[in-house]
Design a protein around this ligand. Structure first.
Ligand code: BES
Ligand code: MN
Ligand code: ZN
Length: 487
């Protein structure tokens, strides 16, 4: 993994030199020799380089490569992270680079914050999932090993980077889980991986099939019935405020390790994407990992339902009626609407056993939300306006954006069954994101508990590759939830 270092000391001559330039600003740097400075200035004027965001200029001086990166007009934290991410490509063939951190004109961020955000961008932008290649050549791998940030007061800057480094590690861990194929990341392997996080001071409890039966996870077990793999549920607690009994927040994640649809089987084209139907769970687990690494002073409890949705001979049938942990009966009309079943029992279990001030669930839940919002925004459904505002703001700040979609009585009524308490798909094929959310809402023990449901079906997969995420899993939500929980 790429090493990030902060120093006020001397920089080796071999390091690529990187400078940021705000749009419209004049380039100058005391870190360059006069001949190099003249060279860079000349290149800037010849190329009419004006510091526009996302543009770069590269110069080869007597000592090696110099990069000037355009920062745009008033760069914010997210813009600087993206800049860090874009540097990954620029430095692919280099070994060591040094970013000379200087005040940016018109920017409110301190040099320390500038360094932190660029470094964080490098950390998550350099993420790769390449463990299954066996024939790749050396030159196909990045040679970049270390990026040094030249700052004042480097001891403090390093120390303060801890929270960012923790978050960066958590994002990389979350993406690893999401990219892992379903034959490797089974519910059992996933649960064992979560259990290992106890070394960080997290409390982890894993429930196997027997415990799930005793605890009456009726809906989750109904989904699991169609697979030969044993389902698991993991409960993960971070108690950073041990003197407080209550939990500040409860998190629930959908961990369907593969969603074939069950008897209501999905079309084969694109079915492979359903290996990522456990992103919600990965995000919950990684979020708790981040809090533990940060030693955050909050109490958070997470629960993830780990199960595979397959069409085995023992699978549930469309038309079956199953009793949930809450006691409410559910008519299962489409076995492909399995995520809400898994979440409902997990939500109930969490509320039954823990005193939580607010509750958020996160899931790759509906194609409808994906079609409504594409990959720009995740869907937000909530019974609480304050919670909505708080989450939307955290989304804006982290670039993991949310758009609120409605819950309503009418959508809720469409979830009434003719022969049981609830049906698992709506009577109306439209507004599938909202009706799914209304299904979940029926599993709040206390109606007014501030609760939010995040539907990440459209944003869990990066198809083109972006500065902060290569093609593949985004693990959307880790940065957002960290900001939300920590304020
Ligand atoms: N995991 C899918 C939702 C999904 C679709 C995630 C596309 C990512 C990309 C979910 O379990 C599902 O199958 N939902 C159905 C529900 C329908 C049967 C009511 C859907 O949205 O089509
Ligand atoms: Mn499904
Ligand atoms: Zn699913």
């Amino acid at each position: 993994m790429l090493e990030i270092v902060f120093t006020d000391g001397r920089i080796g001559a071999k390091a690529v030199k990187i400078f940021g330039l705000a749009e419209g600003a004049k380039f100058n740097s005391a870190a360059l020799h006069s001949d190099e400075l003249a060279l860079v200035k000349k290149a800037i004027s010849q190329a009419c380089f004006n510091g526009k965001k996302g543009t770069f200029i590269e110069v080869f001086g007597a000592q090696g490569k110099i990069i000037v990166a355009g920062l745009g007009e008033k760069p914010d934290a997210l813009g600087l992270q993206e800049l860090g991410g874009s540097l990954v490509k620029k430095l692919f063939k280099d070994c060591v680079a040094c970013y000379y951190v200087e005040n940016i004109k018109g920017c409110k961020l301190s040099p320390e914050e500038i360094a932190h955000n660029v470094a964080f961008g490098l950390m998550i932008g350099s993420y790769r999932f390449d463990k299954y290649f066996t024939r790749k050549k050396q030159e196909d791998y990045p040679s970049l090993e270390q990026v040094i940030f030249k700052v004042k007061n480097s001891a403090k800057v390093s120390e303060d980077f801890r929270d960012f480094a923790a978050l960066g590690n958590a994002v990389r861990y979350g993406r690893d889980l999401c990219n892992e194929p379903s034959n490797y990341l089974t519910p059992e392997v996933f649960a064992a991986d979560i259990k290992r996080l106890e070394y960080l001071g997290l409390e982890v409890e894993v429930l196997g099939k027997k415990e799930l039966e005793e605890e009456e996870f009726g809906l989750l077990l109904a989904v699991a019935q169609g697979s030969v793999l044993e389902p698991k549920v993991a409960v993960i607690r971070w108690r950073g405020k041990p003197e407080q009994e209550e939990y500040d927040c409860g998190l629930v994640g959908k961990g369907v390790t593969f969603d074939a649809g069950g008897i209501s089987i999905k079309p084969s084209n694109g079915m492979w994407d359903m290996k990522r139907d456990m992103t919600g769970a990965a995000v919950v687990v990684a979020s708790l990992k981040a809090l533990a690494l940060q030693k955050a002073s909050v109490n958070v409890v997470g629960i993830v339902g780990l199960v595979e949705n397959m069409p085995d001979g023992g699978a549930i049938r469309p038309g079956d009626v199953v009793t949930s942990m809450s006691g409410q009966t559910v008519e299962i009309l489409n076995t492909d609407a399995e995520g809400r079943l898994v979440l409902a029992d997990c939500m109930w279990y969490l509320q039954k056993n823990y005193n939580v001030r607010k509750l958020a669930d996160i899931a790759t839940l509906t194609g409808a939300t994906m079609r409504a919002l594409g990959s720009e925004y995740a869907g937000l459904f909530t019974n609480n306006d304050k919670l909505a505002a708080h989450l939307i703001k955290a989304g804006e700040e982290t670039g993991e954006k949310l758009w609120r979609l409605p819950l309503s009585k009418d959508y809720d009524q469409q979830m009434d069954s003719e022969i049981a308490d609830i049906r698992n798909i709506s009577t109306n094929p439209n507004a599938g994101g909202s009706t799914a959310a209304c299904f979940l809402q029926r599993f709040l023990k206390v109606k007014h508990l501030p609760w939010a449901h995040l539907d990440i079906a459209g944003v869990d997969d990066e198809t083109k590759g972006k500065p902060l995420c290569p093609k593949g899993a985004t693990a959307f939500g880790i940065r957002l939830l960290n900001k939300f929980i920590r304020g």
